[in-house]
Ligand binder design. Structure first.
Ligand code: ADE
Ligand code: ZN
Length: 315
């Protein structure tokens, strides 16, 4: 079944490039950049990948991203992810990057963007994988800082297709970013946002009505609000669901409790994604395999999920 799932043509619509940084590459980049790490080896780092919630993961994710310093580092990170896409028949990807994770520690915006961009362009040419890059704002920072980031990005406007919203959800509702999303829209950028991962259905309503997003990242808590469910079914608003992430970050206690197939059967346009694969134990195919192993996903359901991912692309 794994080989069959792996061979299905699919798109990945929820992937943080910084979250695809495998421990082996993290150590290699630390050595190249002469950075001393607090872990003795790759196994010790992997051993630290045990999280009780989103924030515990984010603390380690930002620490890991500190080894990314040069344009070549961002190229190597992105290229390694694209090789995984090729191996798993991901024919189109719309990855996120978090510029503020890097600019806040003194790495120029253009260093980050140039490295990522060059790898994506090479991936299209050499591997045949199409892409649309999404610039994501960190929601634990202020809207003012998001505006500054958007301003820094504007000279490179053609390099990305959309803005997103990630990082610590609780206490940082979409309403905090209403103006900067309006500004992004006025520049012709599309909008997506993380909502309803740890946060309540109210955050999904806000993301739809205030940020005018076209696609919801995670959104699994929509199931708690029947009126919201009706809306996302009626309007066929895609959800980029990340099953292994949801277990690792304890959004659900166990994969057997995950609601993705229940949503699929109700007519929600759900898709399968890996979020931060280096930290959560698998890329897209491993996420599909987990749904087969724990939820009894059928071939027909797998086909619909893959088809949804191709239809939910922004570009
Ligand atoms: N940044 C990277 N992964 C994330 C996630 N799953 N939720 C919010 N912010 C993130
Ligand atoms: Zn995410």
């Amino acid at each position: 079944m794994y080989d069959w799932l792996n061979a299905l043509p699919k798109a990945e619509l929820h992937l943080h490039l910084e979250g695809s940084l495998e421990p082996e590459l993290l150590f290699a980049l630390a050595e190249r950049n002469k950075i001393k790490l607090p872990w003795n080896d790759v196994e010790a780092l992997r051993g630290a990948y045990a999280f009780n919630n989103l924030q515990e993961f984010l603390d380690l994710y930002y620490q890991g991203a500190d080894v990314l310093r040069t344009e070549q580092d961002f190229y190597d990170l992105t290229w390694a992810y694209l090789l995984k896409c090729q191996a798993q028949n991901v024919i189109h990807t719309e990855p996120f990057f978090d510029p503020q994770t890097h600019t806040d520690r003194g790495i120029p915006f253009e260093v980050v963007l140039r490295g990522i961009r060059q790898a994506l362009v090479d991936g299209e040419k050499q591997l045949g994988i199409s892409h649309g890059l999404i610039l994501s704002f960190l929601r634990h920072l202020s809207e003012e800082q998001a505006f500054e980031t958007l301003e820094q990005a504007m000279p490179f406007r053609d390099a990305f297709i959309a803005v997103g919203l990630d990082s610590s959800e609780l206490g940082h509702p979409p309403s905090k970013f209403q103006r900067v999303f309006a500004k992004a829209r006025s520049e012709g950028l599309r909008c997506v946002a993380h909502a309803g991962e740890e946060g309540p259905p109210e955050y999904i309503w806000q993301a739809l009505d205030l940020l005018k997003i076209e696609r919801i990242d995670h959104g699994v808590r929509a199931i708690e609000d029947e009126r919201l469910m009706q809306r996302i079914i009626d309007e066929q608003i895609p959800l980029t669901v990340c099953p292994l992430s949801n277990i690792k970050l304890r959004v659900f206690d166990d994969m057997r409790q995950h609601n993705i197939l229940q949503m699929l059967e109700r007519g929600v346009k759900v898709t399968v994604n890996s979020d931060d694969p280096a930290y959560f134990g698998g890329y897209v195919s491993e996420n599909f395999a987990a749904l087969h192993d724990s939820l009894g996903m059928t071939e027909a359901q797998a086909r619909r999920l893959a088809q949804n991912s191709l239809e939910a692309r922004l570009v």
